[in-house]
Design a binder for this molecule. Structure first.
Ligand code: T46
Length: 134
């Protein structure tokens, strides 16, 4: 499984840092939705689903967390700990976020609005779904 982790351009000067993200330039899709999670309690795991169509970029803009990616054949763990790094998660990838630091703010840029119908929240269903795709 190929893991795509972007290192966004940082504009730094004596005042500090700035990162700018433009759709279809820095981000490989049109951004229709932005959401973020913070105040995640210790030892909490979130996610446990895949999306049928949605594409997303995860950026831990403060603190750190880990993301487990699973394409049904292979699993990989990616650490997010820099505010200028973005993890691309395509459709059909089972994912789980965990090991959130107490100060973690995980920002997500998504290619579509929120549709519960796009979620596959059952692992067996996920395996069936991807097997029927190929
Ligand atoms: C994902 C990972 C990375 C909304 O009403 N609108 C939204 O845009 C989102 C994302 C969520 N919600 C509601 C639905 C639930 O009642 O917020 C609640 C928590 O959502 P969920 O349990 O799906 O959160 P996570 O952390 O398991 O997953 C989220 C995203 O839902 C998901 O698309 O890929 O972050």
């Amino acid at each position: 499984m190929q893991v795509i982790k972007y290192a966004f351009q940082q504009h730094g000067d004596e005042r500090g840092m700035l990162v700018a993200l433009e759709e279809l330039k820095d981000i490989p899709f049109k951004i229709k939705r932005v959401y973020f999670m913070y105040g995640t309690k210790q030892n909490i795991h979130r996610g446990f689903h895949a999306h049928k169509k949605l594409e997303q970029i995860l950026i831990c803009i403060h603190g750190s967390c880990k993301v487990k990616l699973d394409n049904g054949k292979e699993k990989k763990v990616v650490s997010l700990e820099k505010p200028y790094e973005g993890l691309y998660i395509s459709s059909n990838i089972w994912h789980e976020m965990y090991d959130f630091s107490i100060d973690a703010v995980l920002l997500v840029l998504a290619s579509d609005f929120y549709y519960e119908e796009d979620y596959i929240r059952n692992y067996e269903e996920f395996l069936n779904f991807i097997n029927n795709q190929s």
